[in-house]
Structure formats: structure tokens, C-alpha cells
Design a protein around this ligand. Structure first.
Ligand SMILES: [Zn+2]
Ligand SMILES: [Zn+2]
Length: 263
């Protein structure tokens, strides 16, 4: 980390009272200013297979409860299931949240990961409960390729997962009684650089990441349930490839969690 980045991070830690998306002054501890906050939409009534909101008519019979929570999978997931066992998303990807994520990733603002991870604590609790993960299981961040990691200085997915786990460990009301799984930093690797494909469709994205992930120590994956964490869930191509590598290495099940879900 450069000296200027270090100073900026220290200052932001000491005086973090600006909006994560637009730098407008906010009350202490607030993440977004009031106008930006209006664009932050928690996901609800979603399919547990793909984390996309679904209309009640997309389900057959009792899959839609009065509380609005879906118990069953949407038709797309039933027709073409993802390789991962379940998906949890925190918020709709867009506006202030996407701006904050872009500033974190491409604007060198690593400190934002710690602040944004606050949004991930509750969804992580839900994902752990959904996958029945416990102490012996693993939380793994979607890895960056070594070149990108060197250029960026940090893996945003790892930072989000790390801080959300710390947040969860300090939240007795959310902390699972079965204990927290362990954050595993060095088990899954991106073996070649892949491009971020912007608005490309699922097929192009899948082709871009095909075979790009490798588990380095299969003995430490075998038989464990895994929660795979990323900042954004777009088409699921990256999650699918990572899940396939982990399942190939013997993971008992792979569940995925993203702070933001493109809807
Ligand atoms: Zn703002
Ligand atoms: Zn679905």
C-alpha cells in the first residue's frame, strides 16, 4: 500500500462520516446519505436457488408464503439448476451500491470494504443458516488472479467476507448457535486472468471463466460445506465455475452469497 493510500485509509477510519457512494457528509456511522440510501433495495421474496425476486405467480401452490418468503425454487432454477446448492443476495445491484462497490474496487478505497461488509452481516447469517454451515465448514471468497490482486492490492470479496464474519462474531442475536465456519484464504485460486465482461450474456461469461479456478489442497475441502462469497452476483458464471471446482475437490455442498445481486 502506498503512503498516500495509507494516510487516506487512516483518515477515513478516523473520520468516516461521508457517504460511501457520493462523499456527501453523513451522520456518524451512516453508510449512505439520505438520497443514496433511497436507492438501496434489500432483496426479498427471492428464489433460494438464484437469489432473484420472483412473482408469486412463478410458483406452483404453497411455495409462496404470506410473509413473502419463497420456500421453493423458481421455474428457471427447477429447469436448469446452478451447481451450487443455494444462493443468498443482500441487495439489488445498482445506483448507490454499485457506485460504492466500484469506488472500492477501482478507486483504491479498501476501507469501504469494512463499511460495506456491515450490509453483508445479516445476509451472511441467512446464508449460513440456509446451508446449515457450522464450525468445521469453510467460508471462501471468490479469488482474483494474482496479477489483478497485485494491481488492486486487495481482494474485495475476501475483505467483505472477512469483515462480515467479524461483524457476525460480534452480533449475538445473529451469530449461529452452531458456531461460525472458518475463513479459508488460500484454498481456491484463479489460475488465469479473466476479463470483466460488463453487459455480456451468460454464455459469454461462462466461456470466459471456464476452467479458470482450481482448488490447491483438496484434502482441506473434502467433506466440508462451503459458503462462497463475492461482491456481485451477475449471471452466476463465476460462482458456477468456483462451485464446480470445489465440488470436484470433494466439497460436501457449496452455497453462495453476494452483497449485491443484478436483477
Ligand atoms: Zn450519497
Ligand atoms: Zn431461481
Amino acid at each position: 500500500m502506498t503512503v498516500s493510500a495509507l494516510v487516506r485509509e487512516s483518515l477515513q477510519t478516523l473520520w468516516p462520516a461521508v457517504c460511501a457512494a457520493c462523499d456527501r457528509k453523513v451522520a456518524d456511522e451512516a453508510l449512505f446519505c439520505a438520497p443514496c440510501n433511497l436507492s438501496i433495495n434489500p432483496l426479498c421474496g427471492v428464489c433460494p436457488g438464484c437469489a432473484l425476486p420472483v412473482s408469486p405467480t412463478a410458483f406452483d401452490g404453497p411455495a409462496w408464503t404470506r410473509s413473502g418468503l419463497s420456500l421453493g425454487r423458481c421455474r428457471t432454477c427447477r429447469r436448469v439448476p446452478f451447481p451450487f446448492a443455494s444462493a443468498t443476495g443482500g441487495f439489488e445491484y445498482g445506483e448507490a451500491l454499485s457506485e460504492a462497490l466500484l469506488r472500492m474496487k477501482h478507486g483504491g478505497r479498501r476501507y469501504l470494504a469494512r463499511r460495506l461488509a456491515r450490509l453483508l452481516v445479516q445476509p451472511m447469517a441467512e446464508a449460513l443458516a440456509r446451508g446449515q454451515l457450522e464450525t468445521g465448514d469453510a467460508v471462501i471468497a471468490v479469488p482474483l488472479h494474482a496479477h489483478k490482486l497485485r494491481a488492486r492490492g486487495f481482494n474485495q470479496a475476501l475483505e467483505l467476507a472477512r469483515w462480515a464474519l467479524i461483524g457476525l462474531s460480534r452480533a449475538p442475536s445473529l451469530r449461529p448457535p452452531v458456531g461460525l465456519p472458518r475463513l479459508e484464504r488460500h484454498l481456491l485460486h484463479r489460475t488465469r486472468p479473466t476479463r470483466e465482461l460488463g453487459h455480456a450474456g451468460p454464455a459469454a461469461r461462462l466461456a470466459e471463466v471456464a476452467g479458470a479456478f482450481l482448488v490447491s489442497d483438496t484434502a482441506r475441502v473434502r467433506g466440508r460445506r462451503v459458503l462462497l462469497v463475492d461482491d456481485v452476483f451477475t449471471t452466476g458464471a463465476t460462482f458456477s465455475e468456483c462451485a464446480a471446482a470445489l465440488l470436484h475437490a470433494g466439497a460436501a455442498a457449496v452455497h453462495v452469497l453476494a452483497l449485491a445481486r443484478a436483477v
